[in-house]
Design a protein around this ligand. Structure first.
Ligand SMILES: Cc1ncc(C[n+]2csc(CCOP(=O)(O)OP(=O)(O)O)c2C)c(N)n1
Length: 484
């Protein structure tokens, strides 16, 4: 699907280049008339009208509207933190816009004095912070989110054990990141196209991918949508607008910018949403994606799960910047840092970001601070490079599922009986799904050679013949559940 969208996007770009008037109309589309986030109790407001300069300073458009706005903006910033002499009435006119000049030689420091604060709604005990402003959620929605978080947690525990028993070859949990998974998914629309990394199965779960479908993929059986061609956990679903996971880190990011641009060309009300880890933000693809999205004004939400580790690489060895959030401004992208273990904060931030992306055709970067509470994958033992105490602290004291549960309980929306019933029924459903998936046949042998090319090329036909001859010679070694 990504290929299809990107293909469409490319031809759309060519057409547009021929018709610059249309390009101009698209890139300078007027802001929506109503305040998109007016129901949101947070500080975001829909873009100001052209005449309202004070709001224009607070929310400058990515292309500098005028020298005046630009100078005012600089004046505001400079007045905040230094005494630099700036010649405000004189400007240098360079390609890219006019800038005020200064006679003082001064380098921009490598870091700000204060780190970017982290938006949160609930404290660690699930108690709302004073004055917190957030998008309200109904009881029904809150219970649905919590149930999905518990389902994800249970799914991780059961499938992890399944791998340990040798019944699947590989698994990777989202432990500790249940809030980022579920709350972000809940804040999106089903039309939004998801380009995941791999630690976001909760988004697919939220969209209705069944436990049976997860089990089928992990077993690589004939009902698996990928027909057994992918490693376990490389889920994908056309029905749920969830692009199949690909292992090379960060490839999903420029693809997301392209998908978003295609969605904008199509003129609908959907955005692309891509997830990635802190490690992925060190790939070149991250930077290309951010720049492309900013320049092309593509409606894409970049959600970075900054979980402290990229396999064994700790965050301190990943970058020298104040995390990932500060990189947004460098590319001209609006950004927010959010407590990724706070379900309500993630939900509010993603809902608001989505409104910005879709209504204003702009990318938004969200850095969700969280912690990878499990090993990187079943191929990893994280106690070799981090302490058990650290892991236990995050699993218990900073657990996002328990935190959200406390808030539900304080509202009297959830109790011990509900908890027991939910956990028992999810486990039962999972065990049934595993039994069914395990009994199912594998995809037929010929599937190995299909689906990459429209017409199977002669070299692959040759390989298939060779394989069949080898099987004939060693039929005793051939697995009985793979039809020939
Ligand atoms: C291009 C590329 N380089 C290296 C790897 C090996 N690798 C797989 S996962 C991973 C760590 C990624 O960490 P991060 O992006 O922080 O995500 P997390 O696993 O913490 O969720 C690495 C290095 C890969 N799959 N692709």
């Amino acid at each position: 699907m990504a290929t299809l969208l990107l293909g469409r996007s490319r031809s759309a770009i060519q057409n547009l280049l021929k018709r610059t008037a249309l390009l101009s109309a698209l890139t300078h589309s007027p802001p929506p008339s109503s305040s998109a986030a007016s129901h949101v109790g947070c500080r975001y407001r829909a873009p100001p009208s052209q005449g309202n300069r004070s709001l224009a300073v607070l929310f400058p458009f990515s292309r500098h509207e005028s020298t005046k706005a630009q100078i005012q903006l600089q004046q505001t910033h400079l007045a905040e933190d230094d005494d630099t002499q700036v010649q405000l009435d004189e400007v240098l006119d360079f390609p890219g816009g006019k800038v005020a000049f200064t006679s003082e030689m001064r380098f921009i420091p490598e870091s700000a004095e204060k780190r970017v604060p982290c938006y949160r709604v609930l404290n660690d005990d699930g108690v709302p912070m004073p004055y917190s402003n957030y998008v309200k959620v109904s009881k029904e929605m809150a219970v649905k989110m919590y149930s999905a978080m518990v389902t994800l947690q249970t799914m991780d525990n059961v499938f992890y054990e399944l791998q340990r028993q040798g019944r699947i070859s590989f698994y990777l949990t989202s432990m500790g990141e249940e809030a980022v998974n579920i709350a972000s998914a809940a804040a999106l629309s089903a039309d939004d196209v998801i380009l995941p990394q791999y630690r976001e199965p909760g988004v697919l779960l939220w969209r209705g991918f069944t436990l049976q479908e997860f089990a089928n993929q992990l077993m690589g059986n004939e009902a698996d949508f990928g027909k057994g061609k992918q490693m376990p956990i490389h889920y994908g679903s056309n029905k749920h607008n969830y692009i199949t996971i690909s292992s090379p880190i960060a490839t999903q990011l420029p693809q997301a910018a392209g998908v978003a641009y295609a969605l904008k060309m199509e003129g609908g009300k959907a955005c692309a949403v891509t997830y990635f880890g802190d490690g992925a933000s060190s790939e070149g693809d991250f930077h290309a994606a951010m720049n492309f999205a900013a320049v092309m004004e593509a409606p894409v939400i970049f959600i970075c799960r900054n979980n402290g580790w990229a396999i064994s690489t700790p965050i301190e060895e990943q970058f020298r910047s104040d995390g990932v959030v500060v990189k947004g401004r460098a590319y001209g992208i609006r950004s927010i840092r959010v407590d990724g273990n706070d379900t309500l904060a993630v939900y509010s931030a993603v809902r608001t970001a989505r409104e910005m992306a879709v209504n204003e055709n702009r990318p938004v970067l969200i850095e969700a601070l969280t912690y990878r509470a499990g090993h990187h994958s079943t191929s990893d033992d994280s106690t070799k490079y981090r302490s058990i105490d650290e892991i236990e602290y995050w699993k218990k004291a900073r657990n996002p599922v328990n935190r959200f549960k406390r808030w539900l309980e304080s509202n009297e929306w959830w109790g011990d009986e509900d908890e027991l019933k939910l956990r028992q029924s999810v486990k039962k459903e999972l065990l049934q799904a595993i039994q069914v998936a395990e009994k199912a046949q594998k995809p037929a042998l010929e599937e190995l050679f299909r689906d990459v090319y429209d017409q199977v090329p002669s070299n692959l036909e040759g390989q298939e013949r060779q394989l069949r001859e080898t099987i004939k010679k060693h039929i005793g070694d051939y697995p009985s559940d793979v039809p020939l």
